[in-house]
Design a protein around this ligand. Structure first.
Ligand SMILES: NC(=O)c1ccc[n+]([C@@H]2O[C@H](COP(=O)([O-])OP(=O)(O)OC[C@H]3O[C@@H](n4cnc5c(N)ncnc54)[C@H](O)[C@@H]3O)[C@@H](O)[C@H]2O)c1
Length: 428
């Protein structure tokens, strides 16, 4: 029977994103799958720390991977443990992660606890000799992110973070096209994440409010920045092969005035060295536009979340052109200031093309977990995976600080990794 990782490789191939050298240049971490046929008989023993909503989602992929065995679970909240046991019924359970880390049988951990706890747990896990997958954002401060990254380097252990778009076939293919110059020079990246909901979880007893709704309180979370912007910043620097150096922003609570401390309405502008910009906008009281990263080049636009791209100049079919002219003339001929050469500068109606032929089969989370398991088995840290996660988190936190201080902030040199030079050569 074929093992799961080979299936995943096949999947990538079928999705049209494997095999081409350009793919591996744009997404070098995918080479993690290249040794998978040699690792068929190996099994990674895993401990899941914080099997809440996200942790259990990730567990499902691990439970389906024959090379992964979830042997331990740790959570401070019994209902989370009970739910997790339904996925991994034979796992040992713990209430304190430090006891889980003492278990020499465990090779690797998955950390999916609230943000404020990630760093200490990850540092302790590295010290205990475990490989670490930590959900994004990795740290609560830039200092924490830096400490985690450095501990990964000094321990020599595998380090992944929950940046599943790195393994999402739509994004992988989009980045290949971007890096090949298909859309010209990328000038700007507009990212947004809109929802309409209060972001609250049901709380069985009032004293559990902060523990369960940790996202809403600044002691545990930096709100929309660390929860959502983190993913989109990773896309920006992946597309532009560099990180922005400056950020300014604003946040407010404009709708959900229910005692929360994190903003429900946030905008940030990140500026790259040559003036290109990435904007992030998030409002959770209107979901009309959903979520997207709109990557704008001189020749075209990519929307990887939708899985589509659009060229700037597409000659419409003559009949279609006539139809548009007719509509425009009927619509605008009565306007006194509308001369014949004038046309409304409304959005391009070009329907574009799909990045991949098929509808997306995966958001990358399954491949990401398979990649983690492969990396633990082969003991090979995939190129740039930890760095992508580090910078996404650090930039998110810099944005949050800019909002809090009401200042334009520059990325501190002390938190830059040598990797920036390395990145230019690997992702070229
Ligand atoms: N990559 C993604 O797309 C994605 C999506 C959702 C969430 N996340 C991330 O996953 C993490 C968890 O989010 P969630 O929505 O699952 O939250 P959650 O509240 O549903 O789950 C967190 C779990 O951790 C447990 N916990 C808290 N402190 C603990 C500790 N000290 N030791 C052990 N367990 C502890 C909680 O009891 C809970 O069961 C966050 O960092 C979040 O940003 C990532």
């Amino acid at each position: 029977m074929e093992n799961v990782s080979l299936d995943r490789r096949e999947f990538l191939k079928k999705a049209g994103v494997a095999g081409a050298a350009a793919i591996f240049l744009a997404s070098p971490w995918l080479s993690v799958f290249s040794d998978s046929k040699y690792t068929d008989k190996s099994v990674v023993k895993l401990g899941i720390i914080g099997p809440g909503s996200r942790g259990r989602y990730l567990m499902q992929f691990l439970a389906n991977n024959k090379k992964a065995d979830i042997v331990a679970l740790c959570d401070i909240y019994q209902p989370s443990l009970d739910e997790a046991l339904k996925i991994a019924p034979n796992a040992k359970t713990y209430k304190d992660y430090r006891y889980l880390l003492e278990d020499k049988n465990i090779d690797a951990v998955v950390i999916a606890t609230p943000l404020n706890t990630h760093c200490q747990i990850a540092l302790d896990a590295f010290d205990a000799g475990k490989h670490v997958f930590c959900e994004k954002s990795i740290g609560f401060t830039m200092e924490e992110c830096f400490a985690m990254y450095n501990k990964h380097k000094s321990s020599g252990k595998i380090f992944f973070s929950g940046q599943q778009r790195l393994f999402d076939p739509r994004y992988i293919k989009a980045m290949e096209m971007i890096h090949q110059g298909t859309f010209g020079d990328i000038q700007a990246i507009r990212t947004f994440w809109f929802r309409n909901g209060d972001w609250r979880r049901d709380v069985p007893a009032p004293e559990l409010e902060r523990q369960i709704n940790w996202r809403l309180y600044r002691e545990y979370s930096k709100g929309l920045m660390t929860e959502l912007a983190c993913h989109q910043l990773q896309i920006g620097s992946w597309a532009l092969k560099s990180i922005p150096n400056k950020v300014m922003g604003h946040g407010a609570i404009t709708h959900w005035k229910d005692g929360r401390e994190v903003y429900d309405n946030v905008n940030c502008i990140y500026v790259f060295d040559n003036g290109q910009k990435l904007t992030f906008e998030s409002v959770i009281s209107n979901k009309f536009y959903g979520l997207e990263e709109q990557i704008l080049g001189t020749l075209g636009t990519v929307e990887p979340e939708k899985g589509k791209y659009y060229f700037e100049n597409v000659a419409p079919a003559p009949g279609f052109l006539r139809l548009i002219n007719d509509v425009e003339n009927k619509l605008f001929e009565t306007l006194p200031f509308a001369g014949t050469s004038w046309a409304p500068e409304t959005a391009n109606k070009n329907e574009g093309d799909y990045i991949l032929g098929d509808k997306p089969k995966s958001d990358g989370s399954d491949l990401m977990m398979d990649a983690y398991v492969e990396a633990v088995i082969t003991r090979k840290q995939p190129v740039n995976v930890a760095e992508e996660g580090y910078y996404a988190s650090a930039l998110t936190l810099l944005g949050d600080m800019a909002i809090e201080k009401g200042e334009i902030l520059t990325f501190p040199d002390q938190f830059k990794l040598d990797y920036l030079n390395h990145r230019k050569t690997v992702i070229s």
